[in-house]
Design a protein around this ligand. Structure first.
Ligand code: ZN
Length: 587
């Protein structure tokens, strides 16, 4: 691995021992109060925090005000660090809000009709967003811009007008769940609010935290009895290559009300240089689909397709998520009904009690559903990113080319508009997360990741480079369907799934990106219609693949499917190229 000055921070949450919990939670409660007071006090000066995005955030806070309570300067700095980070995030959102403010229009709101309440016009929002996003970004902001527009529309639905300023629609972001970064202190050996020493041989860390007692007096003897935390193997492995940074103390709240403190143990690890452009031989291209979340293929720089397609199918998973969403909607309706029932009696009336009891239960249940839903989306994003990296490594690709998130294309063929929207929302969340995860994982492994222009990639023949039509299926070639799942080229006869064609086209764009860079030393994201984008020579099934299968063909799995671990067959990777080696790696 070639080392560089580049580094990436990895965070590992470690639960504090039971004996330390009470003190740690008390510390977090006090910190949260101070942090929230700082955020409230500095909210009118939000723009100040947009001026600087990196370096210690506490310095920005300290420049504007001083500690509201005399509880130790370094303790205050750590709290100021957290307040400053919150305000920086908000200031960045405010800058994005300035981008969407001019395009907010009444067309984004669907007026109330007799049988339909007022709502958001998704199509108008999508179109406005598409115009807004400029070429030359990976679209990573798309999800953020979208959420800001939605937030502004919600404001409209409540108030009858769009917000004139960001602050008008954004509640002041006070912390509900406490978090205290020790980055404002003087390090593990000299810290005045924490001390930490690591014993690699014993695989443990000794940690002492300064905390207040139940009367609010800060301990003077806090350094004397450090707690012992054992470090799991992956952390030890990272520590040997990297360096430890100031940790963060954080509270976890369970839905049943219990809470406990964890230490985010943060290790800065060196990362390899990204693969040199002139040494890249193979490119992995992937396309987002709807039923098939990701389709991936590999091509080489001479324009040969060197792998069969891999499909990551999430059909049953989407079904689970749709059902959980339904459950969420149902619970929300029940809660609204019970709240109305409760409020039909005056305060203090005993007839309110039954509704109040049921409400407590339903809210827990709703909370649980949301967490399940979000955790699944995150898990799927990680899993898909891991699969792409695994394929890239196994097939020797140093560049992954993916469609820019800008497209976030509507997902075609749901049975009705509502279902389509659900699918789309699901998919856009997973995609945003997948891109984010993939980007940092690529960074950690030295594989390059480049976004590509998605336009027309699913209506272009990858073999001869001519525009091609899509159809519902190979059996329906008499009727062209704009978003059909099957592509068939009238010029050369190539045919295959539309996602497969798109993944090949995106890989071709990746190849063009490299060849263009090698001749001009400039980065350029070609579009698929560009004449510089070379057609692929087709290596049909039956002819030899350039990359030999990793195990003899007789060992190919039955039907070439891998059901991915822990997902009860809901997510599967399939290809005629799936091998036992991959199965082992995925397992
Ligand atoms: Zn063709």
């Amino acid at each position: 691995m070639r080392q560089t000055g580049l580094a990436q921070s990895l965070s590992y949450p470690i639960r504090l021992p039971d004996s330390a919990q009470a003190n740690a939670l008390r510390l977090l409660d006090v910190s949260r109060e101070v942090i929230n007071a700082l955020v409230l006090a500095l909210w009118p000066q939000l723009d100040e925090f947009g001026k600087q995005a990196d370096g210690p955030a506490y310095k920005q806070v300290e420049a504007l005000l001083s500690s509201p309570i005399p509880h130790g300067h370094r303790q205050f700095r750590c709290e100021a660090e957290q307040a400053g980070r919150i305000l920086r995030t908000q200031a960045a959102r405010k800058k994005h809000f300035a981008l969407i403010l001019p395009i907010l229009s009444q067309g984004m709101i669907q007026p109330q009709l007799e049988k339909r309440p007022a709502g958001k016009n998704r199509k108008a929002i999508r179109e406005a967003l598409a115009d807004l996003r400029e070429a030359g970004e990976d679209g990573g902001n798309a999800v953020e811009l979208q959420s800001l527009i939605e937030q502004a529309c919600n404001f409209y639905l409540k108030n009858g007008c769009f917000p004139a300023t960001y602050e008008e629609m954004q509640a002041i972001p006070v912390q509900q769940i406490a978090q205290l970064p020790y980055a404002g202190d003087d390090g593990p050996a000299l810290g005045q609010s924490y001390r930490m020493s690591i014993d690699l041989g014993q695989q443990r860390v000794l940690l002492a935290l300064r905390f207040p007692d139940s009367q609010g007096n800060w301990s003077r003897t806090w350094r004397e009895k450090p707690m012992t935390l054992s470090l799991p193997d992956p952390v030890i492995h990272r520590l040997r290559a990297g360096e430890v940074l100031a940790p963060t103390l954080r509270e976890i709240q369970e839905t049943d009300g219990t809470r406990y403190a964890v230490l985010d143990f943060i290790v800065n690890v060196p990362v390899p240089l990204p693969a040199a452009m002139d040494r890249i031989q193979y490119v992995l291209g992937f396309d987002w689909g709807v039923r098939v979340l990701v389709t991936a293929t590999v091509v080489d720089l001479e324009g040969h397709q060197v792998s069969r397609p891999f499909f990551l199918d999430t059909g049953p998973f989407d079904g689970w998520q749709a059902r959980t969403r339904q459950q969420i909607d149902l619970l929300k309706a029940k809660i609204a009904k019970l709240e109305a029932q409760r409020d039909s009696f005056p305060g203090g009336d005993s007839r309110r009690e039954p509704s109040i009891k049921k409400l407590a239960f339903l809210r827990l249940e709703l909370n649980r559903c949301w967490r399940k839903y979000e955790a699944r989306n995150t898990d799927l994003a990680h899993l898909a990113a891991n699969v792409l990296l695994l394929l890239a490594e196994a097939l020797g690709c140093s560049l992954i080319a993916g469609e820019s998130l800008k497209s976030l294309k509507s997902s075609g063929r749901g049975r009705d508009a509502k279902r389509r929207w659900r699918n789309w929302r699901n998919n856009s969340q997973v995609r945003g997360e997948l891109w984010r995860v993939l980007r940092y994982k690529c960074h950690l492994t030295g594989i390059r990741l480049e976004w590509q222009q998605p336009r027309k990639t699913s209506h272009m023949c990858p073999h001869c480079g001519q525009a091609a039509q899509t159809y519902r299926s190979p059996e329906h070639l008499d009727h062209v369907e704009a978003w059909g799942a099957w592509l068939c080229c009238a010029s050369c006869g190539w045919n295959g799934s539309r996602d497969y064609a798109a993944s090949l086209n995106i890989a071709r764009l990746g190849v063009t990106f490299i060849t263009h860079y090698l001749t001009t030393n400039r980065s350029y994201h070609a579009s698929i219609a560009d004449t510089a984008v070379k057609p692929l020579s087709y290596i049909g099934s039956g002819s030899a693949l350039r990359l030999p299968p990793m195990v003899p063909r007789s060992h190919l799995l039955h039907a070439g499917k891998i059901y991915l671990n822990g997902w009860r067959n809901a997510v599967k990777l399939h290809s005629s190229y799936v091998t036992e080696t991959m199965l082992r790696l995925c397992g």
